[in-house]
Design a protein around this ligand. Sequence first.
Ligand SMILES: [Fe+2]
Length: 277
Amino acid sequence: MKVTKKIHKDKIVRLNKTFFLHQKYKSLIVVLALFLVFMHFFCMAVFPSSFLANKIILIVVLGLMFYIWIQELKDKRRLQLLNKNLINAQSKLERAEIDMISTLILTAEAKDPYTHGHSKRVAEYTLAIAKAMKLPVEDQKLIERAAILHDLGKIGIDDNILRKEDTLNDEEWKIMKDHPRRGVQILKPLKFLSKEKEIILHHHEKCDGSGYPDGLKKKLIPLGSQIIAVADAFDAMNTARSYRDPLTKEVITSELKEASGKYLNKDVVTTFLNLKL
Ligand SMILES: [Fe+2]
């Protein structure tokens, strides 16, 4: 991998060092070539014995055109390489930004032993479901990215609300239910995450329309959000809370089946229960 990168970098350096003809000189050469062709035929008709009527003029013109063609090919190749390099750099930058935010989430979760690693596990379950559903690889990656970021909006919510053992009051519940929007708001400057933001916004919607923030029903809920919802529900039941131990596999299976079709997407639940996790 390192060797490939070095070769690629060397090519760019070599190409940048190569002399490239500026576009205005190319145009000048083409105009000169056309002028010589015109003069050649003019002299052939009017002054057949003159120098310009000689075939040597045509050879010079062909030479000039060949030179321009070679320059065009070199320019095209250089542009392709620069473009490829630019795309690579952009995707590295995007990956670094996602990694930075993911680290922020994992650090925030690490403060609480009951949520430690939650987003990472949800992302793993989500990817496993997306693969089992045979979604296109690009969609699998997209949903996985959304899953790792799905609770980003919880950063900044008071720990007393996040870790409260009793039932949340109306005001606290309102703050808690706002976390999908807050997450999307934090990610707003990252334009390349537009699809992920849509998935994050709706990861608490329910098939019967009783979810939040928009009360969307069934197919109106992005599939990525529905996959995350199942993974999220499983992880919540499969991990300990301050007030209870993790639920048993039998209880979790029964709860997921109960919610299937009503709150959670039926196909996603079925796929998930068929996974050997
Ligand atoms: Fe959430």
